[in-house]
Design a protein around this ligand. Structure first.
Ligand SMILES: Cc1cc2nc3c(=O)[nH]c(=O)nc-3n(C[C@H](O)[C@H](O)[C@H](O)COP(=O)(O)OP(=O)(O)OC[C@H]3O[C@@H](n4cnc5c(N)ncnc54)[C@H](O)[C@@H]3O)c2cc1C
Length: 482
C-alpha cells in the first residue's frame, strides 16, 4: 500500500524497541498511517543480550528486522534514522540518516527512544568497560571475553603468569539482573564450556568478580531473594563485593572505593559495565520545550495519561518516562505503548479521552545460571528450577518470530543440557570495531552523505512537488542538535 496516497492522520513513532514496536502493532487496524523511525533496522530483545555476548545465541535470534515483523501491517512503514530534534510547536521531527538530513511532520507522536548506558558522568569508562545495550555491545563483549582466553593461552605458553591472571579475571560492574546474569554466565562459560579446551591454561581458574556500590545484589527484589542469589553466586565461585564504588577504569583494570573510603585495585582486562542507564537525550529535548525538568536518570515526568502538558498529541513511553516509580522494564514499555495507541485510536475515531495509565505488575524475574533463577509474582516467590522454567517460557513467549523461538530452543538445549555454545565466532572487527569508529566514525556519515545526497535530494524534491509529502516544504535541511 502506498501510504502517501492516503490522507489519514500520521502517527510517527520514534524507536523500534518494546515501546515502539508494540505501539505500531496496536495501531494495526486503526485508520491512521504509521511511520516508525529508529536508529537500528531491528527490534532488539535486550533481556537476552548477555546470551549473545557469551556465545549462546546469535544476534539475529534476538534482533529480527523490524521491516519483516511489520511487513503484513499495511498501514505501517519503517524508516532507518537517528532523530536529532523534535519541534513540538511545528510538529516536526528532524532526522539524520548517514549524513542525510530530513524532516517529518506528524499528527500524533509516540516517543519510545528508550535509554542508554550511563557511566554516571564518567563516559571515559566506556572505552575499557563496554555496556550492554546493543548488538554491537554484545558482539564486542563476546570478542573481548573469548579473546581474553585466547590471549591467556598464548601468555601461559610464553611463561608470563601475571598477564594470564589479568586476562582471566573478569569484572562485572553492577549487580542488577543484567550483572547477575552476566556473572553467572561467565562462570558457566569458564567452568562448563571452556574448561576442557585449552592446553596451557585451566579455564576453571578464571576469576569472576561482581561489584556493586549498593548493599545488595538485585536491589529491586525482596531481601530474602537477594540473600539467596548472593549465596548462590558465591557458591558458584563469583567474588561478590558490595559497597564497592568504581572510581577509575583503564585498559589493565579498575579501581574502586569501599565503604571505608579505601581504594582497591583489580587487574582485569575484561570489564563489563552493567551499572545503570539514563534516558534517551530526546527526553530532555522534549522537556525543555514544554517547561518540564528531567529527573536524575534523564527521564521526563509525563502526565498521568502519558502525554506532555499542552500537547495531547505527544505520548512518551517506556524507559524514557518518570511516572509513579514505574520500573524500566519491558512490561512498562509494552503497556505504556498500548495505552498511548488506544488513546490515539479513540481520538481518531472522534472520541478523544485522556485516560490515566495504570500499570499491571506481572512480576519480576532474573536468572543466576542454568536451571537457577528467581521470580517474584505479587506475594509469591519462586526460586530454583521452577523459576528458571518460568523464565524460559516467558522469554520464549515474548521473543518475536517462530523461527527465533525454534532456533533459540535448540541453542538453549546445546548449552543448558550439553556444555557447548553455538555462537562463539569472533572477528577482529568485533574486538577493535569500536576503537576504529571512535577514530574515524565522525567523518563516515558525512562522506556517505556526500555520496547519497544527490539521489536523496532529487527524491525529496519530487515528493515536495506533490502535496501531503514529508512536510519539509523545500526548506533547507535542519542542523543536527548537538
Ligand atoms: C541487558 C539488558 C537486560 C534487560 N533485561 C530485562 C529483563 O529481563 N526484563 C525486563 O522486563 N526488562 C529488561 N531490560 C529492560 C528492557 O529491555 C527495557 O526496559 C525496554 O527495552 C524498554 O523499551 P523501550 O521501548 O522504552 O526502549 P528500547 O527497547 O531501548 O528501544 C529504544 C528504541 O529507540 C531507538 N532509538 C533510540 N534513540 C533514537 C533516536 N534518537 N532516533 C531514532 N531511534 C532511536 C533505538 O534504536 C530502539 O529501537 C533489560 C535491558 C537491558 C539493557
Amino acid at each position: 500500500m502506498n501510504l502517501k496516497a492516503t490522507r489519514r492522520p500520521r502517527v510517527l513513532i520514534i524507536g523500534s524497541g518494546f515501546g515502539g514496536l508494540f505501539a505500531a502493532q496496536a495501531l494495526a487496524s486503526a485508520d491512521v498511517n504509521v511511520t516508525m523511525i529508529a536508529k537500528t533496522s531491528h527490534h532488539l530483545f535486550q533481556p537476552l543480550l548477555y546470551q549473545v555476548a557469551t556465545g549462546i545465541l546469535s544476534s539475529g535470534e534476538i534482533a529480527p528486522a523490524t521491516r519483516e515483523i511489520l511487513a503484513k501491517q499495511d498501514n505501517a512503514e519503517v524508516l532507518l534514522g537517528n532523530v536529532r530534534h523534535i519541534d513540538v510547536e511545528a510538529r516536526r521531527v528532524h532526522v539524520s540518516t548517514l549524513g542525510i538530513e530530513d524532516e517529518f511532520s506528524y499528527d500524533y507522536l509516540i516517543v519510545a527512544a528508550g535509554s542508554r548506558t550511563s557511566y554516571f558522568g564518567n563516559d571515559q569508562f566506556a572505552h575499557d568497560a563496554p555496556g550492554m545495550k546493543s548488538i554491537d555491545d554484545a558482539l564486542e563483549l563476546r570478542g573481548r571475553i573469548y579473546g581474553a582466553f585466547e590471549l591467556a593461552e598464548i601468555s601461559a605458553a610464553r611463561g608470563e603468569p601475571s598477564d594470564v591472571d589479568r586476562l582471566m579475571t573478569f569484572v562485572v560492574v553492577g549487580a542488577g539482573p543484567t550483572g547477575v546474569e552476566m556473572a553467572g554466565q561467565l562462570v558457566e562459560l569458564s567452568k562448563r564450556t571452556l574448561n576442557r579446551e585449552f592446553r596451557h591454561i585451566d579455564a576453571n581458574d578464571s576469576k569472576i568478580i561482581l561489584l556493586d556500590g549498593g548493599d545488595a545484589v538485585l536491589s529491586s527484589f525482596d531481601p530474602s531473594l537477594q540473600d539467596k542469589v548472593k549465596t548462590e553466586l558465591e557458591g558458584m565461585g563469583v567474588d561478590v563485593r558490595l559497597g564497592a564504588m568504581v572510581v577509575d577504569v583503564d585498559e589493565q583494570g579498575l579501581d574502586y572505593k569501599d565503604r571505608d573510603g579505601t581504594t582497591h585495585r583489580i587487574e582485569a582486562i575484561t570489564k563489563v559495565w552493567a551499572a545503570g542507564v539514563s534516558a534517551s537525550p530526546l527526553a530532555k529535548i522534549l522537556a525543555d520545550q514544554v517547561g518540564l525538568e528531567v529527573d536524575r536518570g534523564g527521564r521526563i515526568p509525563v502526565q498521568s495519561d502519558l502525554t506532555l502538558p499542552g500537547h495531547p498529541e505527544i505520548f512518551v513511553v517506556g524507559d524514557m518516562i518518570a511516572l509513579d516509580n514505574l520500573p524500566g522494564v519491558a512490561q512498562t514499555a509494552i503497556q505504556t505503548a498500548r495505552h498511548s495507541a488506544a488513546q490515539i485510536v479513540r481520538a481518531v475515531e472522534g472520541n478523544p479521552s485522556s485516560e490515566d495509565f495504570s500499570y499491571f505488575d506481572k512480576g519480576n524475574m532474573a536468572t543466576v545460571a542454568r536451571f537457577r533463577a528467581i521470580a517474584e509474582v505479587g506475594p509469591i516467590k519462586v526460586t530454583g528450577f521452577l523459576a528458571w522454567s518460568m523464565w524460559l517460557v516467558v522469554h520464549l513467549f515474548y521473543i518475536i518470530g517462530f523461527k527465533s523461538q525454534i532456533t533459540m530452543l535448540l541453542h538453549w538445549a546445546v548449552t543448558f543440557l550439553g556444555r557447548d555454545r553455538a555462537q562463539r565466532t569472533i572477528t577482529e572487527q568485533q574486538v577493535f570495531g569500536r576503537l576504529a569508529m571512535e577514530q574515524d566514525g565522525r567523518a563516515l556519515p558525512e562522506s556517505l552523505g556526500r555520496i547519497m545526497r544527490p539521489a536523496a535530494a532529487a527524491k525529496n524534491d519530487a515528493e515536495n512537488e506533490g502535496s501531503g509529502g514529508r512536510g519539509s516544504d523545500g526548506e533547507s535541511a535542519p542542523q543536527p542538535t548537538p
